[in-house]
Design a protein around this ligand. Sequence first.
Ligand SMILES: *[C@@H]1O[C@H](CO)[C@@H](O)[C@H](O)[C@H]1NC(C)=O
Ligand SMILES: *[C@@H]1O[C@H](CO)[C@@H](O)[C@H](O)[C@H]1NC(C)=O
Ligand SMILES: *[C@@H]1O[C@H](CO)[C@@H](O)[C@H](O)[C@H]1NC(C)=O
Length: 498
Amino acid sequence: MADRNTPHLVGSISRKFLLCLFTVTTFFFIFSWFFVFRSTGHPHFIDHSLLPNSKLFSVIENNDSSQTLYDNDIQLSSLHNPSYKVDGREVDPQENPGVICKSSKVPLKVFMYDMPPEFHFALLDWKAQGDSVWPDIKTKIPDYPGGLNLQHSIEYWLTLDLLSSSFRGQNSGSSAVRVLNSSEADVIFVPYFSSLSYNRHSKVKPPEKMSQNKMLQEKLVRYLTSQEEWKRSGGRDHVVMAHHPNSMLDARVKLWPAMFILSDFGRYPPTVANVEKDVIAPYKHVIRTFVHDLSGFEDRPTLLYFQGAIYRKDGGVIRQELFYLLKDEENIHFSFGSVQGDGIRKATQGMQSSKFCLNIAGDTPSSNRLFDAIASHCVPVIISDEIELPYEDVLNYSEFCIFIRTSDALKEKFIIKLIRSIGKEEWTRMWNKLKEIERFFEFRYPSHEDDAVQMIWQAVARKVPAVKLKIHKSQRFARSEVNRERRASTVPWFRYLW
Ligand SMILES: *[C@@H]1O[C@H](CO)[C@@H](O)[C@H](O)[C@H]1NC(C)=O
Ligand SMILES: *[C@@H]1O[C@H](CO)[C@@H](O)[C@H](O)[C@H]1NC(C)=O
Ligand SMILES: *[C@@H]1O[C@H](CO)[C@@H](O)[C@H](O)[C@H]1NC(C)=O
């Protein structure tokens, strides 16, 4: 207004007029800001900025999410509670209430996209009826192909677990429930059977120029990035399964803000996947679980067992070097060849009659051999410097595994001296431990408490606070961005007065 002239006017105009001018100006000021706020279109804006107890409002608004965070904290602290060991010991709920509630009290809330069947069950040759995208698993569950495909079948078990969420009852003790409203979800689950797609369709079939697996990944990226849920979080709260190390070679660089479920990080650049953001899941073992195992130290004649493919590239070179170091030792089984067909029977027998089972890095840091060893209660000897292990934040693998650095393992007699130094007592302690923890690695439908499916959900749940932190941080300036856009398009008439 006429501010610049004010000094000249002071002398001649009465105080009354000045007061009046001041009042009018103030009125206009407040009035116009009111409109500016309204023009942001954010319904909570006025409440937050103009009401004296705006803090109270934000607390009420965040009641739900802070509640979830709080409960996750409890979950976490109970898992780290020294009196609670994830070791299968029965814990009296009266004695230790926090422990029992660790997963059943507040299950992870999961929203699952109703994606077209070509992304999931159609890959299992299931045909959709009518416009339903999911099989009616109450009547019949489509089969997953057997053999080595099964190693990476976590996609199948997790999806089935979510589908059964609607009818299995509230008190099933499950660690995850499916919610139909994505705004209420902790995470958004992407039911894409990536490992199966890779295993079945990664070959280019002429006349096509691109494999079906690659096309499906392109479709997946288009599908996801166009969803409201993805845009809302930038994908950060999405859970994408990519257990086969090659399963997402194309899509992963576009989907990296999401949480991946992987077998290891061997073929991933750390910017795309890392242990902070992602979850490592076990392979499904191909060797049958050793039930009623009474085969103790003396009943296992083979000291050290290894069966695996030879790799001549990457980390695999050491397999051959170890073979030459160990081949002349007593009570050692060391042979090359993959475990399939009759091989499974032989490997089962071999592992169940061995005290220690070698796990050597192959062309990737992880392999299902470790989980075969656990199922056989054969103490794993892990020689793989880059290996990441499932649920290692709550599970102390040193209690039932021997870790040896590659550089040490290649020293003359190092391995053999080390494992010969482990006596019956120590070995038996590890063997008992293996029998306690093996259930964490069992994939099943219906899923049971603390099996692999539930353990993976719990691992995802432990990432949720970090995901929320990232999302909230990324949205800090969302309001001013919206504001800037709106101001540019709809400038209120009275702003021209200033
Ligand atoms: C807020 O959280 C409490 C539990 O702390 C719950 O009883 C209440 O219903 C919640 N209120 C809203 C509005 O969500
Ligand atoms: C989904 O949940 C949000 C937040 O709780 C709520 O505002 C919205 O109305 C819900 N949508 C539906 C379709 O129920
Ligand atoms: C893990 O287990 C090993 C072997 O039993 C033990 O020495 C170590 O103290 C354990 N670590 C923790 C944090 O309990």
